[in-house]
Design a protein around this ligand. Sequence first.
Ligand SMILES: Cc1cc2nc3c(=O)[nH]c(=O)nc-3n(C[C@H](O)[C@H](O)[C@H](O)COP(=O)(O)OP(=O)(O)OC[C@H]3O[C@@H](n4cnc5c(N)ncnc54)[C@H](O)[C@@H]3O)c2cc1C
Length: 240
Amino acid sequence: MTTQVPLVVIVGGGFGGPAAAKGLKRSFVNVLLIDRSNHHVFQPLLYQVATSVLAPGQIASAIRGLLAEQKNTSVMLGNVTGVDAVSRQVIVDPNDKCGLKISYDYLILATGANHSYFGHDEFGAFAPGLKSLADAEALRNHILEVFEKAEIEDDPERRQALLTFVMVGAGPTGVEIASAIAVMARTTMRRDFRIRRPLTSFLLMWECAHLPHFPRRSPRQRRGGLQSLGSMSVWVSLRK
Ligand SMILES: Cc1cc2nc3c(=O)[nH]c(=O)nc-3n(C[C@H](O)[C@H](O)[C@H](O)COP(=O)(O)OP(=O)(O)OC[C@H]3O[C@@H](n4cnc5c(N)ncnc54)[C@H](O)[C@@H]3O)c2cc1C
């Protein structure tokens, strides 16, 4: 009598999913990893794509490629729309099928997180999220577009408005993206565009006295950090 090899279904090919699959490399299981996208994205560098420093392909790799060497693992492209925990099935929409049911013995959900506007979804129209390559490319196109608009804008006030970027959130991503836009303005834009100083303004907003995740430094010191990149920056503290 042969023993059935248990099937572990993993949903998500981001940070967690492939790591879980690799951890099961030597286990007596078969692994099926499902993701709605065919590539893994290294999210910490999305801001570099959004500011044209890196091309999308430089921070993405094929999920199949990551797991190609692993004999007990296969990969499926599909959007998981539901889980039936009672009958132990995941419901997937692969390419041209709808509602495909896949039975599992063990299920790992590693589908990541969505960005949140904390009850203000209307902000989304002005401040899109930065979670996927599509988000990063949309942001990059928008930044390039406002530089183009500023280039042909005669009204100085309107031009300054076009070149003012507001970052809400001074965690690593907010600070990194502010710095990256400043570098972009200082290098590419200064070289390729005719618009001259004042180039860009930043309003970086956060809600406690010091920037979270960073060593304590005064707002003056931090302002100095961005100003040294050649841009005017204003730091607004929303301390309660
Ligand atoms: C801009 C940015 C900067 C960051 N910087 C850092 C940093 O410097 N250091 C750090 O440690 N962390 C950083 N993070 C956080 C880190 O990237 C996340 O914690 C990590 O990616 C979470 O891993 P995960 O596997 O849970 O989800 P993810 O990596 O988000 O992967 C989720 C996967 O699930 C797939 N998926 C989702 N829903 C479905 C579905 N219904 N069907 C099929 N597939 C689905 C998605 O396509 C995706 O591939 C950053 C995140 C962002 C957005």
